[in-house]
Design a protein. Structure first.
Length: 367
C-alpha cells in the first residue's frame, strides 16, 4: 500500500482521520437550523481558543486566509486617519497592497526580510505622525519563518493609544496571542493551518463594539465583516453561502485542538517536531535561515545544501510522497521551508528522516 502524502508545506495540512471523516460526512443545506447551530458552535470555539477574548466576536468567511486579511483591512482600517503597515516579508507587503487597493490612507514601514521588526523605528514614526491611528502587521511571517515580536509591538500600540490589526493566519492556534495587552482591534486567521482543518473557511476575530459600529464603508459587499456579524451572532446564518463541509470539519478540528491541550499543547507539539527536523538537517549539513530563538514553532526556512536546487530536492522528496515548500521572492533560489502543522505522526517523521538521509548523507549523492 503506498504511503500517504505527507504535507510539510505551510497549509493545507495533513488531516486527521476524524477531520477527514467530518469533511465527507454528507451534504447539508446552509439555511437549515442544524447548520446554523453548527456555525454558532464554531464561532464560539474560535472565540475561546485564547483567554482574554471575551470582548471579541468571530466572523466566519468562505475564503482563504488572504481573504480574511483583506476583509479585516477593508472593514476595520480607517478612512479618516492612517494605518501604518509594519512589514518584513511578503505578507506584510501584501497588507499594504490591500490597503492601497481599497483606497485606505496608509504608509509602510518596510524592514529587511531577514531582520526583526524594529519597535524603535515604529515608536519614532507613531510619535511623529498622530494621524496614524492603526498599525497592521504579521505575527508569523512565513516568508522566513520569523515569529515577530508582537509583545513589543503590541505594548507600544497600547502605550501610544494605537490599535493593532494582525495577520495571524500562520500563528492562530499554536503561538501566544494576547488580545488586550496588544491593543488588538482585529486579527485574521484560517482553518487550514494551525487549526488542522481543510481549506475553504477563514475568519476574523474583532472587537464586538467595533463590529457593531457602522464604521466606514468596506468598499466590498462580500468582504464586509459587518454584513456577516449580526446574522451569524444572532442566528448562525450567513448572508452568503458558507463552505458547508469545511465548517463541519473545522468543528471537529476545534474539538481535537481542545482535547490536545489547546494552543499551548499544539505549540509544544510543533516545537518538538521542529527540533527533531532541525537536528536531523544539521547532522546532514543543512542550516536554518534564522536562529531558533527568532523562529516560529510552525515553520522553519532552511538554506539549500550546496549542489541542490529547490526543484531537485522537492522532486526527490515528492517521489517519496513528502511535500516541502519553496522560498519566496529574492530568497527563492536559496531556501526551502518545512512546516510542522497537521496530523503528523512519529512514523511520518521517521519516513522524512529516511528520505533526507538517503538524499543528503555523504553516501547519498547530494554533492
Amino acid at each position: 500500500m503506498p504511503a500517504r502524502q505527507l504535507l510539510l508545506n505551510p497549509g493545507p495540512v495533513t488531516l486527521s482521520p476524524a477531520v477527514r471523516a467530518a469533511l465527507a460526512a454528507g451534504d447539508a443545506c446552509h439555511r437549515e437550523p442544524a447548520f446554523a447551530s453548527l456555525t454558532r458552535e464554531v464561532l464560539t470555539g474560535l472565540a475561546t481558543v485564547y483567554d482574554g477574548a471575551a470582548d471579541y466576536d468571530a466572523v466566519l468567511l468562505a475564503c482563504s486566509g488572504t481573504g480574511a486579511v483583506e476583509a479585516m483591512l477593508a472593514s476595520l482600517a480607517p478612512t479618516d486617519s492612517r494605518t501604518l503597515v509594519l512589514s518584513n516579508g511578503v505578507y506584510g507587503e501584501r497588507m499594504a497592497a490591500m490597503l492601497a487597493a481599497h483606497g485606505r490612507p496608509h504608509e509602510q514601514l518596510a524592514g529587511d526580510w531577514l531582520a526583526p521588526l524594529d519597535p524603535g523605528a515604529l515608536e519614532a514614526r507613531l510619535r511623529a505622525a498622530p494621524d496614524i491611528t492603526h498599525v497592521a502587521t504579521v505575527h508569523h511571517e512565513t516568508t522566513t519563518g520569523r515569529l515577530n515580536d508582537l509583545a513589543a509591538v503590541g505594548a507600544l500600540c497600547r502605550r501610544l493609544d494605537r490599535r493593532l490589526l494582525l495577520d495571524a493566519v500562520s500563528s492562530f492556534g499554536a503561538e501566544e496571542i494576547r488580545f488586550d495587552d496588544w491593543a488588538l482591534t482585529g486579527l485574521a486567521a484560517t482553518a487550514n493551518k494551525c487549526l488542522h482543518a481543510p481549506p475553504g473557511a477563514s475568519f476574523v476575530l474583532a472587537e464586538r463594539a467595533v463590529l457593531k459600529d457602522p464604521g466606514p464603508a468596506a468598499g466590498s459587499v462580500y468582504l464586509d465583516l459587518r454584513r456577516y456579524h449580526g446574522p451569524q451572532q444572532d442566528s448562525g446564518y450567513s448572508p452568503f453561502t458558507p463552505a458547508v463541509n469545511t465548517v463541519a470539519a473545522l468543528a471537529t478540528a476545534l474539538t481535537e485542538l481542545r482535547a490536545g491541550g489547546g494552543w499551548r499543547g499544539r505549540r509544544e507539539t510543533y516545537r518538538g517536531r521542529s527540533r527533531q527536523i532541525t537536528e536531523l538537517l544539521r547532522r546532514l549539513g543543512v542550516e536554518p535561515l534564522l536562529t531558533p530563538a527568532a523562529g516560529s514553532c510552525v515553520l522553519t526556512a532552511y538554506r539549500l545544501p550546496p549542489g541542490w536546487s529547490y526543484r531537485r530536492l522537492h522532486d526527490a522528496l515528492a517521489a517519496e510522497d513528502i511535500v516541502i515548500y519553496a522560498g519566496q521572492g529574492a530568497l527563492g533560489p536559496d531556501v526551502f521551508r518545512i512546516a510542522c502543522m497537521g496530523a503528523i505522526e512519529a512514523a511520518d517523521l521517521d519516513r522524512l528522516e529516511a528520505a533526507l538521509t538517503a538524499l543528503l548523507a555523504p553516501a547519498g549523492g547530494a554533492a
